[in-house]
Write a protein that binds this ligand. Structure first.
Ligand code: 5AD
Ligand code: FES
Length: 330
């Protein structure tokens, strides 16, 4: 399957007769470049408080229905310890943009977790170069910041009071500082075009991303986009598969949003280019409150149930669980 140009990407995205061929080719590229190991990342969703107002996101500060929480630094460290005991070699700290966690607080959390012999990923949003540098100096290895969409007009529509240029600045700063950088996009935002998805894919190549997470947009009833349709599972899978084919050796998660739209979504993704899963290691009491979108999976499970569940599924398709840190090997 030849993908040599923007037009090739557009043609593939528009042609649904070649989907199975695309998925199996992406699976082959995955096998040849990153092997059969699946890297598990233990995800801690430590605060659902957010100062932003992204139109699609349930955590937006204007959503007054959502019950808010923040987990204290000492407890975040305890959750990380538990996850390490369960076998996780990467911890992901994710939250809304919550200013309660000062640079000082974050750096203390980071350095404590790094004492546990794990790789550490942050997903805490847009910060200054100085803040990113402080986190890096404290020991953070990776950072997740999706561009969400590279269509500037759509970006503006979706993100009041934010700027596309600043988001790109963040991604560049993170690269400069030596982070492994994860980005990604939403598939199926209202008024998003196939052409703009092709541009998203080319953008990931241009910024030399180390990880790319792709997920369908899922409509949340307590947001301004409540009447919009969900994105398509198949189209999200196609975007992901093309990313695998073009950025052969990067890490690609089978995202939770994929499984929200398809009960076997993560396994299908793992067989269409993905090589990473990020099981939730936050305790059950917080899970339903981290409602970025409705019907999120694993809401009633606990960390050990998720570890067991996903490990069994991965083994059932003949793949193995990695015991390494899972860095991007170029
Ligand atoms: N549906 C799907 N994904 C969403 N995200 C935010 N809101 C939604 C939604 N309604 C994604 C964004 C963000 C990630 C943490 O969750 O892409 O980067
Ligand atoms: Fe959480 Fe399956 S991964 S229940």
């Amino acid at each position: 399957m030849e993908i040599n140009s923007r037009q090739d990407i557009i043609d593939i995205l528009k042609d649904d007769t070649i989907n199975e061929q695309l998925f199996s080719y992406a699976d082959k590229v995955r096998h040849e470049n990153v092997g059969d190991e699946v890297h598990l990342r233990g995800l801690i969703e430590f605060s659902n408080i957010c100062k932003r107002t992204c139109k699609y996101c349930g955590l937006r500060c204007e959503n007054r229905v959502l019950e808010r929480y923040r987990i204290e630094p000492d407890d975040i460290i305890l959750f990380a310890q538990k996850a390490v005991e369960m076998g996780y070699k990467t911890i992901v700290l994710q939250s809304g943009e919550d200013e309660y966690y000062s640079t000082d607080k974050m750096c203390k959390i980071i350095s404590k977790i790094k004492e546990l012999d794990v790789a550490l990923t942050l997903g805490v949003g847009e910060k200054s170069f100085g803040e990113y540098k402080a986190y890096k100096d404290a020991g953070a290895d990776r950072f997740l910041l999706r561009i969400e969409t590279t269509d500037k007009e759509l970006y503006k529509q979706m993100h009041p009071n934010m700027s596309f240029e600043n988001r790109v600045r963040c991604l560049k700063d993170l690269k400069t500082l030596g982070y492994e950088v994860g980005s990604g996009c939403l598939v199926g935002l209202p008024d998003q075009t196939i052409e703009s998805l092709a541009d998203d894919i080319l953008f990931f190549k241009e910024i030399d991303a180390d990880m790319i997470g792709i997920g369908p947009y899922i409509s949340h009833p307590d947001t301004p986009l409540k009447d919009c349709n969900n994105g398509s599972f198949e189209l999200s899978l196609k975007v992901m598969a093309i990313v695998r084919i073009l950025l052969k050796d990067i890490n690609i998660p089978a995202t939770t949003a994929m499984e929200t739209l398809n009960p076997n979504g993560r396994i299908i993704a793992l067989q269409s280019g993905a090589n990473v899963v990020m099981p939730n290691v936050t305790t059950t009491e917080y899970r339903k409150k981290y409602e970025i979108y409705p019907n999120k999976i694993c809401i009633n499970e606990d960390p050990s149930q998720c570890r067991g569940c996903i490990s069994a599924k991965i083994k059932s398709i003949g793949r193995t669980i990695s015991t390494g840190y899972g860095f991007h090997r170029k």
